[in-house]
Ligand binder design. Structure first.
Ligand code: NAD
Length: 470
């Protein structure tokens, strides 16, 4: 089974992979008929999404708690309210975003009309991961619907409870001639990717990103790849250690460290490390109590496979804080590792768990050099009481996004593009960037039918006199 949801006879029901062709066909026909183009239709879909969030808030919170032991607070700030903000922004700006964009003209086109028209691509596939399973399905969906596309949504099969809500409840709030949820893991998604889509928006690991891009290449389908990586966090000697420790611990251990933009490791001098360790210990105790396993605020690792992978990383370097784990409820304590070597697994792969290695560097230049030797990260953080140092790290490195003196606050601004660079991905979204991502920017020039006398100057034969006119 790669279950899809369709409404062939007014009933929601599971369909086999073969009827997937019918579902895609139905979406394509709706698109060709122009159903998704009017602003009123798009606004109605966005309002449907908004009602879905409002009316099913509790159901979503329960599903997120089942999947990730996510607290209502984390569910609200990082999943539901982010989705709602994006919907509100799209509804407020829809007409402005859809408007043709007038452009400047040259001498030869002074009398013409030149503009960029934002057109929907057509049939869009959105593939989502499990770590923010509401946010990372709905936020791209807002952009795709606002831009007037038909959408196939493939949620992650790993966050099972949320997947169920997205598959069984969400379609009731959208026009099902233009929207379908398709379920499945790697095998089914692989088969889905064999079909032709007009745009693919993928969020997930760099490994699967390559699979998606290879499949898309067969149809020359454009892609956005929102991938992961290791996000460095440089801390210089001038910082107040407790402030840095609070901020780094909060953003590292949020969602049990399963955040693509979490600070993945700290780079600092040995002296700063000595000041940071007791401050991190205090921050962890004040956030999660003396026994973090009993804290309702700390999430859990999503699956047994991921638990074993993160647990294995605890053997790297030396445990300075935490280090406990309990397979029965996939608990890993907020952990800080020191004396970590660059060649150890914890410094080779994205950690995606509540584990923070500290690597010593002698100077800001050494930190910049260390970061430059590695793949470009999705996010980069620099802490210093000197804005010059922060700006030096910014200027000396490259990353999808950057935040000075805090964690991933930059991604809370829909006015900033969100996306990776190099191995951390390609393309961008959030706010108007989402609308633009899901729109083809069509170059249009409307010329006057007359004026042939003037235009005929360009025709052969090309006399020397014509050359002088240029
Ligand atoms: P993943 O790549 O394993 O899976 C993502 C999606 O791809 C899922 O829907 C899954 O069903 C599908 N999939 C998995 N294997 C596949 C295959 N072989 N062929 C086709 N489809 C396949 O990622 P994940 O474990 O769900 O999420 C964690 C990763 O996602 C991390 O690397 C993290 O950094 C990244 N991530 C990135 C962002 C971002 O915005 N850049 C956000 C969240 C997570």
């Amino acid at each position: 089974w790669a279950a899809g949801y369709c409404q062939e006879d007014g009933q929601l029901g599971r369909v086999r992979m073969d009827p997937l062709a019918d579902t895609l066909q139905r979406l394509r026909e709706a698109f060709r008929a122009g159903r998704t183009r009017p602003a009123e239709f798009r606004a109605a879909q966005l309002k449907g999404l908004s009602r879905f969030l409002q009316e099913n808030k509790q159901l979503l919170q329960e599903a997120l708690a089942e999947d990730l032991h996510k607290s209502p607070f984390e569910s609200e700030v990082s999943e539901i309210s982010i989705g709602q903000d994006e919907i509100n922004k799209a509804l407020r700006n829809l007409h402005a975003w859809m408007k043709d964009e007038k452009v400047s003209k040259n001498l030869a086109t002074q009398l013409d009309s030149a503009f960029i028209r934002k057109e929907p691509f057509g049939l869009v596939l959105i593939i989502a991961p499990w770590n923010y399973p509401v946010n990372l399905t709905l936020v791209p969906l807002v952009g795709a619907l606002a831009a007037g596309n038909c959408v196939v949504l493939k949620p992650s099969e790993i966050s099972k409870s949320t997947e169920k809500v997205l598959a069984e409840v969400l379609p009731r709030y959208l026009d099902q001639s233009c929207f379908a949820v398709v379920l499945g893991g790697p095998a089914e998604t692989g088969r889905l990717l064999e079909r032709k889509f007009d745009y693919i928006f993928f969020t997930g690991s760099p490994r699967v990103g390559r699979v998606v891009m290879t499949a898309a290449a067969q149809h020359l389908t454009p892609v956005t790849l929102e991938l992961g990586g290791k996000n460095p966090c440089y801390v210089d000697d001038s910082c107040d250690p407790q402030t840095v420790a609070n901020r780094v611990a909060f953003f590292r251990f949020f969602n049990a460290g399963q955040t693509c933009v979490a600070p993945d490791y700290v780079l600092c001098s040995p002296a700063t490390q000595e000041r940071l360790l007791p401050a991190l210990q205090r921050a962890i105790a004040s956030f999660y109590g003396e026994d973090p396993q009993r804290s309702p605020s700390l999430g859990r690792i999503v699956s047994d496979r991921h638990f074993r992978r993160v647990q294995a990383l605890l053997c790297c370097g030396r445990v300075a804080i935490g280090g406990q784990s309990d397979e029965r409820d996939r608990y890993i304590a907020p952990t800080v590792l020191v004396d970590v070597k660059e060649t150890e697994p914890v410094m080779q792969e994205e950690i995606f768990g509540p584990v923070l290695p500290i690597v010593n560097v002698g100077s800001v230049d050494e930190a910049i050099e260390f970061i430059g030797r590695r793949e470009k990260p999705l996010a980069l953080y620099a802490f210093s009481s000197s804005s010059q140092v922060v700006r030096r790290v910014l200027a000396g490195t490259s990353s999808g996004g950057f935040c000075g003196n805090d964690g991933f606050m930059h991604m809370t601004l829909a006015s900033l593009p969100f996306g990776g660079v190099g191995a951390s991905g390609m393309g961008r979204y959030h706010g108007k960037f989402s609308f633009d991502t899901f729109s083809h920017h069509r170059a249009c020039l409307l010329r006057a039918p007359g004026l042939e006398k003037i235009y005929s100057v360009r025709y052969p034969p090309y006399s020397p006199g014509k050359l002088r006119l240029l």
